[in-house]
Design a protein around this ligand. Structure first.
Ligand code: PEP
Ligand code: CO
Length: 456
């Protein structure tokens, strides 16, 4: 027998009690005219006075109405709308120091414009889901070094300048195909990335917790600070092209996190998403008119959009019109992730449509997300040979239409993981040795080098 109170329990969610957050810190008066500050090395924070001079909280967001219209669709937003901490956490985020500056974002747009014109190549790489446990400066340096080494490798092989962009300093949220998943014998809420919940297989750990957005922002500041140091170190190396990074990027998925981090730059009147240099919209939320697309349309950062095998040329055209209305080189990157078997048929009409419409996009190949399979033991894996085949098809489609294959988007771990088959991992039997990803299977650095050899 259940009591009336128990039987009504499923309609309301109970949350563990937490200390009330204190009032948001009061802004200090800013100096005017300071634009591109560099922060203390260990935190990546931008000096507060300089920030206040550079970027201020923006007016209400014009996509609020679109967002309301989308409530019936699966928007991939965390199920935390009734959590009492959501409002206070968003207020804290809105009062927080930006993680990037408008100057940095302009530099990256310039670098991507060179890629759009065929003069440079992009390497965008990192974890599928960053882990909050691997965001110390030491972890971040290891991940930044891996990106740098792979960038150098590609640059040597291709003879082109390589713009390096990490799936780093904010890649904490994951879209899921189902709201729940089976772990052991339990049906649990799906893991949605450390921005939202924990991967531990208990009901409690899987509860969506808005406080995690504050932890994630702090971790992103630490990792972003390490990347800022790495950019300065690269820029000081003789013979290094300007603005080649490493820059930060992540999927702009969780609107409760991204929205409070949009600011207006009073020096230009422009709007800046201050959570990252380069946000992209994922395959599951990239419908023309979705709130995530509207968020990216509203900001001046360079933006990316994933293009899966079911995307129609007309949809891509609408996305180009929304995200690149001025036809600006460097503004929009289309990240193609169709899968080895679908790309040769699905990509040509899309490239033709974009070319005819005159959008000078950067074309990136993501050979990972259309080539995921299930190994004999039930783990997700990917075969290096499939990635190489998709990348070869991508290049040939673009080159046949006189377009520049702008570069690659990879999921790569900094350590010697055993998550994909190929190169040093001869068979699925070896996958169990070091399979540590929080989400999708990543290449290890040697597998990534082998992939880049075939790209160059
Ligand atoms: C990802 O990049 O990890 C991802 C989920 O990609 P997509 O949106 O292309 O499926
Ligand atoms: Co992934």
């Amino acid at each position: 027998m259940t009591s009336p109170a128990e039987s009504s329990a499923p309609t309301t969610t109970r949350y563990p009690s937490r200390p009330e957050p204190g009032p948001a810190p009061r802004p200090r008066p800013g100096r005017t005219g300071v634009t591109a500050p560099s922060g203390p090395a260990e935190t990546g924070e931008i000096e507060v006075d300089a920030y206040l001079a550079d970027v201020r909280p923006a007016a209400p967001h014009p996509y609020a109405a679109e967002r309301a219209r989308h409530t019936v669709r699966d928007t991939q937003q965390p199920p935390w709308q009734d959590h009492p901490a959501l409002g206070p956490v968003k207020d804290r985020l809105a009062a927080s120091v930006p993680l990037v500056t408008s100057e940095e974002v302009r530099e990256l747009r310039g670098a991507l414009a060179a890629v759009a014109r065929g003069r440079a190549t992009v390497l965008q790489a990192g974890d599928c889901a960053e882990s909050l446990y691997e965001c110390t400066p030491a972890h971040a340096r290891q991940r930044a070094d891996t990106l740098d080494r792979l960038g150098d490798h590609l640059q040597r092989g291709s003879g082109r300048t390589v713009v390096r962009i990490g799936r780093m300093a904010g890649q904490f949220a994951k879209p899921r195909s189902r709201p729940t998943e089976r772990v052991g014998g339990l049906e649990l809420p799906a893991f949605r990335g450390h921005l939202v919940n924990s991967e531990a297989p208990t009901e409690d750990a899987r509860r969506a917790d808005p406080y995690r957005m504050l932890q994630a922002r702090l971790a992103a500041a630490t990792v972003g600070g390490v990347l800022r140091e790495a950019r300065a170190a690269r820029a000081a190396r003789p013979g290094t092209a300007a603005h080649t990074g490493p820059w930060t990027s992540h999927e702009a998925l969780v609107l409760d996190y991204e929205t409070p981090l949009v600011r207006t730059d009073p020096s230009t009147g422009g709007r800046l998403l201050t959570s990252t240099h380069f946000p992209w919209v994922g395959e599951r939320t990239r419908q023309p008119g979705s709130p995530n697309v509207a968020l990216l349309a509203d900001i001046d950062n360079p933006v990316g959009c994933k293009i899966g095998p079911g995307t129609t040329p007309d949809e891509v055209l609408q996305l180009c019109q929304t995200l690149d209305p001025e036809r600006t080189p460097g503004r929009l990157t289309l990240i193609v992730r169709m899968g080895r078997t679908r790309i040769s048929e699905a990509l040509p009409p899309i490239v033709a449509t974009v070319r005819r419409a005159g959008h000078p996009v950067v074309w990136l190949c993501d050979p990972m997300h259309g080539n995921t399979t299930t190994a004999g033991d039930g783990r997700k894996t990917r075969y290096l040979a499939d990635l190489i085949a998709e990348a070869a098809a991508f290049r040939s489609v673009l080159e046949r239409q006189g377009q520049h294959p702008g570069g690659v988007h990879l999921e790569v771990a900094a350590g010697e993981v055993t998550e994909c088959v190929g190169g040093p991992i001869h068979s699925e039997d070896q996958l169990g040795h070091r399979y540590t990803t929080l989400c999708d299977p990543r290449l290890n650095p040697e597998q990534a080098e082998r992939f880049l050899n075939t790209w160059a």
